[in-house]
Design a protein around this ligand. Structure first.
Ligand SMILES: [Zn+2]
Length: 554
C-alpha cells in the first residue's frame, strides 16, 4: 500500500510538470483582462510545452500590442541577418503612453550634465529594459517573455496600475532571433512523446554550432562594445534613444546549478564601474531573493560570475550610468532533464525567469528615485573623473587606411562618444588632419572612452570567467596615442563621411595600380576578378610614374 501511494505521488508530480497552463506561472492573487489573448491562443501550444519559435513569438507580441494598445506599443528595431524582426514592446500606463516622447526626452536630459540639474525626477518614471536569451539556446528567458508580456498587458488592479505608472518597460523578447530559431527547431524536433530526461539524449546535445550564436556564429553577448553585428547595432540605437536605468539579461547556465543573479564576485567588477552601481545591484538582489523564496526556488549570488567586460549585456549598462543585471537559470536545455537537483522541467526554468522579471520591476518601482539620481550623478561626475585623470584625450587614425579609421570612429559614435577633427595647427607627424580624429576625455562618456582605449595590466583577482582585455585600437590595429596636458580640439564631428575611393589620373590605356593597405582593397580586387580582369601582385616596394609624377608603393 505504501508503495502504491508513492507511485501515485510520482504520477501526480510528473503530471504537474507536463500539463501546465498559464496558471502555473502567474501569481494567483491577480485578475486578468479576458479580452487579452493568452499565448496558447496564438502560438498553438502552452508556454513550456514546446520551445517557442521566433516567428510564433513575434506573432504573439504583435497580437498583444493590438489587443492592449493603451499599454503596449510595438516597435521594430531592425532586421537580423536572416531577416527576422527585432521587436521591442514599450509597455507603460495609458497616461504615460500619451506623453511617451516627453518622458524619453526627460531621460535623455538626465545624462546631459548641462541640462540634468533642471530635471525634476519627483514624478518621472524609471526606464527598465528587459532582455531575453541573447544566447539562443538559453531559451527559458524568451519563453518566459510570453508570460511576462501577457501579464503586463492583461493584469488588472492597483498593483499593476502603480507599476506601469512608475515604470516604462522596454521589452525585448529575443536578443538573438536567428539563434533562437535554430535552437528551438533542434529542441522541438528531438522531443519525445514520453519525455526522455537522460542528459545523454540527443535532445540536449545540439550539433555544432548550436543556437548560442547569431547567423555568423558570433557570440552577441561579447558584441555590445565592438558592435560589429547588425543585431547589436539595431539594439544600441534604441538603447541610447532611451538611456534605460536598468537592463536585465536573462541567460541559462549548466543544468546542475540553480539560479544566479548579480551582483557577481566583488573582486571581478570593472574598476571603472562605481561602487554605488554594485550597491544598487545588491538592493535589487533583495527583491529577486524575496520573489524566488516565495515560489521555493534555490539561488545564489556574489559567486562565479564577473561584472567586468563591457561588451556583455549585463555590464554595458554599468558604464552608461545604469544597472545591468545578469540572470543565469540552470538549463533544462530540452523539455525535461535529470540533474544533480532531480528532474528539471522546462516550465520550472521559465517560471524563475518570469518571477525575476517581476522582482526587477517591483525593485525598479520602489527604488525609482535612487536609480534616476544615480544615472544623473554618474554623468554629472564625469567632469570630476576627467579632471582627476592624467590622460586628457586620445588621437587615432591610420594614414594608409581611411576605411578602418572610419569604422573605428563609427564605433565610438554608436556609443554616443563625441569626437573632433584635429586642429589646424596639429604638429604630431604620426597623425594627419585628413585621416585622424581626437577624443577628449572631458565629456559625459568619459568612463566608456577609457574602457575602449586603456590597457589594463592589474587585476584584483587572478580567476576570471571571461574576457579581461580588449583595448579596442589594438583590436582594430589602428595607430593611436594618449594626449596629456591641455589639449586643443578641432571642430566637433557631427556626422561621419564614408571615405570614397577614386581613380587618380583618369582612364588608363595600359593598367592600374591598387594600394593594398586599405580595408576594402580585397573587396575591390574581388570585383575586378569577377569582372574577368587579370590581376598581379607586387611582392616588393617600388616607385613608378603615375599620372605625371612618381609615386611610392609599399
Ligand atoms: Zn548565456
Amino acid at each position: 500500500m505504501k508503495k502504491l501511494s508513492f507511485l501515485f505521488a510520482q504520477l501526480f508530480f510528473v503530471g504537474l510538470i507536463f500539463s501546465q497552463d498559464l496558471k502555473y506561472y502567474l501569481p494567483d492573487s491577480v485578475s486578468y483582462d479576458p479580452s487579452i489573448p493568452k499565448p496558447k491562443d496564438i502560438i498553438y501550444h502552452e508556454v513550456g510545452e514546446w520551445h517557442v519559435t521566433h516567428d510564433r513569438l513575434v506573432n504573439y507580441m504583435k497580437v498583444i500590442a493590438t489587443a492592449a494598445p493603451q499599454r503596449v506599443k510595438l516597435e521594430t528595431m531592425g532586421l537580423t541577418y536572416e531577416s527576422r524582426p527585432q521587436v521591442l514592446l514599450i509597455i507603460t500606463s495609458p497616461k504615460n503612453h500619451q506623453r511617451l516622447e516627453e518622458i524619453r526626452q526627460h531621460n535623455i536630459k538626465l545624462v546631459d550634465p548641462s541640462q540634468s540639474a533642471s530635471v525634476n525626477i519627483e514624478n518621472m518614471p524609471v526606464v527598465v529594459y528587459i532582455g531575453h536569451s541573447i544566447h539562443g539556446n538559453e531559451s527559458s528567458g524568451t519563453n518566459a517573455a510570453l508570460v511576462s508580456a501577457y501579464y503586463l498587458a492583461a493584469a488588472q488592479g492597483k498593483q499593476i496600475d502603480e507599476l506601469l505608472e512608475n515604470v516604462v518597460i522596454l521589452f525585448d523578447p529575443s536578443f538573438n532571433p536567428d539563434g533562437l530559431q535554430r535552437f528551438s527547431t533542434w529542441a522541438n524536433q528531438h522531443k519525445s512523446k514520453n519525455l526522455v530526461s537522460d542528459p545523454n539524449s540527443r535532445e540536449f546535445n545540439e550539433v555544432w554550432p548550436g543556437g548560442r550564436f547569431n547567423h555568423y556564429w558570433f557570440d552577441l553577448n561579447r558584441d555590445w562594445l565592438p558592435a560589429v553585428h547588425i543585431e547589436s547595432q539595431n539594439r544600441l540605437t534604441w538603447y541610447h534613444k532611451w538611456k534605460p536605468n536598468i537592463l536585465t539579461d536573462h541567460h541559462e547556465q549548466g543544468s546542475n546549478a540553480t539560479f544566479f543573479f548579480q551582483p557577481g564576485v566583488p573582486s571581478r567588477v570593472n574598476p571603472l564601474t562605481p561602487d554605488k552601481n554594485q550597491d544598487l545591484t545588491g538592493k535589487l538582489g533583495k527583491f529577486h531573493a524575496k520573489f524566488l523564496d516565495r515560489i521555493g526556488s534555490l539561488y545564489f549570488t556574489k559567486e562565479n560570475y564577473d561584472d567586468f567586460y563591457y561588451g556583455k549585456g549585463s555590464t554595458y549598462p554599468d558604464v552608461n550610468g545604469a544597472i545591468g543585471i545578469l540572470f543565469e537559470q540552470a538549463s533544462s536545455r530540452g523539455h525535461l532533464q535529470l540533474t544533480a537537483n532531480g528532474l528539471l522541467s522546462f516550465p520550472a526554468t521559465i517560471k524563475n525567469q518570469f518571477v525575476t522579471t517581476l522582482s526587477t520591476l517591483e525593485g525598479a518601482k520602489v527604488l525609482r528615485k535612487e536609480f534616476l539620481e544615480y544615472q544623473r550623478d554618474f554623468y554629472k561626475l564625469a567632469a570630476n573623473r576627467a579632471a582627476a585623470y592624467t590622460v586628457k584625450g586620445y588621437v587615432f587614425g591610420d594614414k594608409n587606411d581611411l576605411a578602418k579609421t572610419f569604422h573605428f570612429a563609427e564605433m565610438l559614435k554608436r556609443h554616443q562618444i563625441e569626437i573632433n577633427e584635429l586642429p589646424d595647427n596639429w604638429s604630431d607627424a604620426g597623425f594627419e588632419k585628413e585621416s585622424a580624429y581626437m577624443v577628449s576625455l572631458n565629456q559625459p562618456q568619459h568612463s566608456l572612452i577609457r574602457a575602449i582605449f586603456e590597457k589594463t595590466y592589474d587585476y584584483k583577482d587572478s580567476l576570471f570567467y571571461d574576457i579581461t582585455a580588449w583595448t579596442m585600437p589594438l583590436a582594430f590595429g589602428i595607430p593611436y596615442a594618449e594626449l596629456t596636458g591641455a589639449i586643443a580640439l578641432g571642430n566637433k564631428v557631427e556626422s561621419l563621411k564614408t571615405p570614397k575611393a577614386g581613380i587618380i589620373g583618369g582612364r588608363s590605356n595600359y593598367g592600374y595600380l591598387i594600394k593594398w593597405d586599405e580595408l576594402y582593397a580585397p573587396a575591390a580586387l574581388n570585383e575586378l576578378l569577377n569582372a574577368g580582369l587579370v590581376a598581379k601582385v607586387a611582392t616588393n616596394s617600388f616607385e613608378t610614374g603615375v599620372s605625371g609624377g612618381n609615386k611610392k608603393f609599399s
